[in-house]
Design a protein. Structure first.
Length: 198
């Protein structure tokens, strides 16, 4: 589901960029990756994380995608020309990825799954395109945060079939993904490093 004006404000600002710098630094400390890997970021928004990922993980190939063409255009403007030329971007649905099985060493998703009505399908797609032993780096929010008595009137999210901590952990397990490290506030959200099982 595409963002409404309120959520575009919430994610397209310098505080969000600082937050992502801290999160990516934690991800890297939790699971340093060999440079030169194949990497994908889903739901890239305006591309701030992609720019940070490029420096932090030094991928050989980093591709980003988003459901919303406005976000892809914004990323084209936000990133420097040098970074933009190194990061292919496309419009697509995380629940239907165009990549062959076992393509990527790492997949990143910052605040994306809770926007996807078919979030279990998206999870199985992310697992499908990861190589065995590949890593999924995830930041997610739970409904207490984005569908409480205030935020439900301001933000726009799917309302059915939402996930909380237990649902997400069970779905990761079902998709063949194992949480190896997590920072979680069970009522609010999670930052986690997840590995595709062999
Ligand atoms: C909360 S924003 C986060 C954006 C960015 N990752 C960030 O952290 O700043 C969620 C993003 O996911 C995108 N999105 C929503 N549903 C999607 C889907 N099914 N496939 C890919 N991207 C999706 C939205 O367009 C939006 O850019």
């Amino acid at each position: 589901m595409k963002l409404n004006w309120a959520e575009r404000l919430a994610v397209n600002n310098p505080i969000r960029v600082m937050e992502q710098r801290i999160e990516i630094s934690w991800m890297k400390r939790s699971m340093p990756l060999d440079p030169g890997g194949m990497m994908l970021e889903v739901g890239c928004g305006r591309g701030a994380a992609a720019g940070i990922l490029l420096n932090a993980f030094q991928p050989g190939f980093l591709c980003t995608m988003d459901l919303d063409i406005r976000m892809i255009r914004m990323a084209g403007r936000y990133l420097s020309a040098e970074k933009r030329s190194r990061i292919p971007m496309y419009v697509g649905d995380a629940a239907q990825l165009p990549h062959p099985d076992e393509t990527f060493d790492a997949v990143f998703g910052f605040g994306v799954l809770h926007h996807v009505p078919e979030w279990r399908k998206a999870l199985s797609e992310l697992a499908r395109v990861l190589k065995k032993g590949g890593m999924y780096f995830i930041e997610e929010l739970y409904p207490t945060l984005y569908q409480n008595f205030v935020t439900k009137h301001i933000l726009l999210h799917p309302t059915e079939n939402r996930f909380r901590s237990q649902d997400l952990r069970e779905a990761l397990e079902e998709a063949g993904l194992k949480v190896v490290n997590a920072l979680e506030i069970r009522a609010l959200g999670i930052l986690a490093v997840v590995k595709k099982k062999h």
